[in-house]
Design a binder for this molecule. Structure first.
Ligand code: UDX
Length: 429
């Protein structure tokens, strides 16, 4: 099938590359010429394990190409995906400026029947909005349909998630339009759910908000565990063994961040507001998440008797492992708190240091974790990168001024810390 994907961020590029790997003729579009040139040279515009090889292979085999022209891409495709950013505006409502602009360009270019697919996370009603914008360009309604096909990929495992999704959701007004996407995804052989347009849009927000709620729930339980001398890992294990609850997303930690959960939870709160429903449950999910990081920092502040003049080492900066994404990363909140109170921060992350450096040039960026620990009064594990899991903790402790380890992701067993002579403070115990 001939497919265009507009937007080469996480969702767009991964979708384009995966569809090309299935033998479709895919053209990826971006209005940023520098990005297009990079992609043409085989260099991915995002950090994602496995993408470089797949990008280069599909391009070499002529299944994948790149352009900055939406009109050229639309005219040469039967299906056009919109996968541009919908960042939160100041009040949390998703900003649809890019979606609108792309819809206009697509509308101007349509000459033959085209299925336009919203893959960007958009509030309920955005599918209708895209349809309206295309129609305003003078396109005959018989020449296009708008379909919602939300993406559920996770950064760090985006290719596998796209090739093996738990479900494929297709929201459409007409069965013929849905059928086109069913055909496109047939090689994946995954459970496929066909719904109306609005339900598909809501499924995305409802799913991500539910997962964020699950994490906030276990984080709230972690606070109880700290107060009553219980262990959150054991509570989570006991809860997760109930099939109705399930073990996933019950990992207590510093809280959820990244490009999706914060934006989508806010997006759903705002959608609810517009529909005259006060979604108090979700507002509290956000409050618990914000508190979780601040409470952890407060525990450290209390232990050290304030941050003034103290040096704190951070292990990990990205919002989760295997990504260089620092959007809503907990590291940023922690750095801010320490610096504000007169403390000094050293940090190491395998790939995201250059991004954080642009925001906090005053942090001392190290070339490995042992350098981070040098003369530190405490060290915080912020992101659970694999390379931190089997660290020589005794070596780490040997270069520290005070041998205090705050584990924000619960990766270090108490016995290991004790053997290394480290005083361990974990979330939820
Ligand atoms: C998420 C959704 O999983 C994905 O379906 C959606 O399309 C985009 O948003 P992503 O943001 O890449 O994906 O990361 P994910 O692995 O889901 O983690 C989100 C956040 O929750 C991270 O900050 C992570 O550290 C945190 N988390 C996750 C926990 O604190 N505990 C858990 O048990 C799981």
């Amino acid at each position: 099938m001939k497919v265009a994907v507009v937007g080469t961020g996480y969702v767009g590029l991964v979708t384009g590359v995966v569809l090309a790997s299935l033998g479709n003729e895919v053209v990826c579009v971006d209005n940023d010429l520098a990005k297009v040139e990079k992609l043409k040279a085989g260099i991915p515009t995002i950090y994602e394990p496995g993408i470089e090889e797949l990008l280069q292979r599909t391009a070499r085999e002529n299944f994948l190409r790149f352009t900055n022209s939406i009109s050229e891409a639309t005219r040469s495709s039967e299906v056009v995906f919109i996968a541009v950013g919908t960042p939160p505006s100041d009040d949390g409502t998703p900003d649809l400026t890019a979606v609108r602009a792309v819809a206009r360009e697509i509308g101007k270019a349509i000459k033959a029947y085209t299925v336009v697919v919203n893959k960007s996370t958009v509030p309920v009603g955005a599918g209708d909005l895209v349809g309206q914008i295309i129609a305003e360009q003078g396109v005959d309604p018989a020449l296009f349909d708008v379909v919602s096909n939300p993406e559920f990929l996770r950064e760090g495992s985006a290719i596998r998630d796209t090739l093996e999704p738990d479900r494929i959701v297709i929201g459409a007004k007409k069965p013929e339009a849905a059928a086109k996407l069913v055909e496109l995804y047939a090689p994946l052989d995954r459970p496929t759910l066909i719904t109306d347009l609005n339900s598909a849009e809501l499924i995305k927000y409802a799913s991500n908000s539910f997962l964020a709620m699950k994490i906030s729930y276990i984080n709230a339980i972690s606070r109880l565990c700290e107060a009553c001398d219980a262990k959150v890992s054991e509570v989570a294990q006991g809860m997760g063994a109930d099939k109705r609850i399930g073990a996933d997303f019950l990992q207590a930690g510093l809280g959820w961040g990244g490009s999706c959960f914060p934006k989508d939870v806010q997006g759903l709160i705002k959608t609810a507001e517009k529909l005259h429903y006060d979604f108090r449950l979700l507002k509290e999910v956000v409050n618990i998440n914000d508190d979780q990081t601040l409470h952890f920092v407060h525990r450290l502040r209390t232990r050290l008797g304030g941050f003034a003049g103290k040096r704190i080492g951070l292990m990990g900066l990205s919002f989760k492992p295997n990504t260089d994404d620092i959007r809503d990363a907990k590291s940023l909140v922690i750095i801010e708190q320490i610096i504000k109170d007169g403390g000094h921060v050293s940090a190491y992350d395998p790939i995201s240091m250059s991004h954080v450096e642009k925001i906090y040039p005053e942090v001392r960026y190290a070339s490995n974790v042992f350098e981070v620990a040098e003369n530190a009064d405490a060290i915080i594990l912020v992101t659970e990168w694999n390379e931190f899991k089997q660290l020589d903790l005794a070596r780490l402790a040997s270069v520290m001024r005070q041998k205090i380890l705050f584990d924000g992701r619960r990766i270090y067993p108490p016995a290991a810390a004790e053997r290394a002579g480290l005083e361990l403070h974990s979330i939820g115990e």
